[in-house]
Design a protein around this ligand. Sequence first.
Ligand SMILES: Cc1cc2nc3c(=O)[nH]c(=O)nc-3n(C[C@H](O)[C@H](O)[C@H](O)COP(=O)(O)OP(=O)(O)OC[C@H]3O[C@@H](n4cnc5c(N)ncnc54)[C@H](O)[C@@H]3O)c2cc1C
Length: 422
Amino acid sequence: METFDVVVVGGGPGGSSTATFLADGGLRVALFERERFPRFHVGESLMPATMLLLEELGAKAAIEERGFQVKYGASFIDEENDDATQTFYFLPGQPWPNYSYQVPRADFDAVLLDHAKKRGVTVYQPATVEGTEFDAGGVTVTASAEDRPVRARAAMLVDATGRDALMASRYGRRRRIPNLGKVALFAHFKGAARRSGLEEGNIRVYVFRDGWFWWIPLAGDVTSVGAICHARTAKEWTGDPDGLLDAMIARCRGVSENLAGAARVTPVYRVANFSYDNSPVVGDRFVAVGDAIAFVDPIFSGGVYIALRSGQLASVAIRDAFRAGDFSARRFADYERRVRAGLDPLFKFIHKYYEPSFFDLLMRPRNHFGIYEAVLNVLSGGNWVTMPWRVRAALRILYGIARINAWVRRRAGLPVESRLEW
Ligand SMILES: Cc1cc2nc3c(=O)[nH]c(=O)nc-3n(C[C@H](O)[C@H](O)[C@H](O)COP(=O)(O)OP(=O)(O)OC[C@H]3O[C@@H](n4cnc5c(N)ncnc54)[C@H](O)[C@@H]3O)c2cc1C
């Protein structure tokens, strides 16, 4: 049996970043990844603050060399309201750059995992972790790697298994977030209409009667198109997922017009019920990172950033634990608190987004009281880096105006309930 300081389970952005940061800190790290890379994965649009973490990982140059599509902003198009359009461009002069990338995750995740190997991480792949046995002195992990079993021993385990959430599924609880019973259907297309200049790489969000679409332009004339529809719509559909995606495209003017003449180049993928909050996030000799903790909704493209940021915070906590020789859950409570403090403003913003009274404001932002800057802080992932008092105050004002707007809408007989109830 091989012995390491830390075993990381999962080789997505959460796992590869945690492993790299730990190896950089001088720890012996093993990482187990179930799939052979490159493999398709959802989650292609990155927040600008991601660039800070890629730099800290030492992986920025390797990512930049890949020639991914640059993204300067996000456009929201409301087809329910005469195609009202609002584009947000990331602001220059922030602690993070005013751009990020649109990445096929097959490539992006492979670059980050290769980088981890180069930094000294021992990677077992394809290798599925099937058993974890904790005792007073450490953890023993059992995995099946192709046709042979592998066992590894370490002082700490990092659960970076994404939606599978190894530890919460075995020893804890997976709480579904009410009213977020949604289904995502997505695929890649070639030959879709392309914008030029700064706008070329913008993510577009088309809001339509049955939900919303993402439109993510990737390099090489590929476009990622995904529909988020209510579980009810998917349940009522009796055909196959390909047909349901086609039907959704046909119902969304902007997407169907821009896809005229394009060809689908991947299967149609489907993810359902993707909103949850897991526990425990930390325990004696383990911490969870990324999607293994929680995921709410992809509307603001925060998942990869959260995976990398939690990976960085987890590595700091684990390195401290090694220094102190103490791997108890108590030691990792501060890590959990910091992760929750980063997630809360984003999750609140996501919930607000689905309220018509707030969505109205987002589509017509006025830069009174620094509101525009505050919105962009959240859309950039900046709230984990710096959340100055004026940004907090501006968000409070924005939520206050949304409450007044809800009152006005109610009096005018307009809908006020959250679109999460669709
Ligand atoms: C519909 C949808 C759209 C999204 N769009 C975006 C977006 O535009 N931008 C964005 O930033 N985020 C987006 N996300 C979120 C994003 O996909 C995730 O947040 C991100 O991939 C989390 O990274 P992770 O490393 O935690 O998990 P993952 O990337 O899922 O990696 C987990 C890895 O663990 C491996 N694994 C699992 N179990 C085991 C095991 N037992 N043994 C070994 N290996 C195992 C898996 O094979 C996988 O490679 C979206 C999510 C959804 C559902």
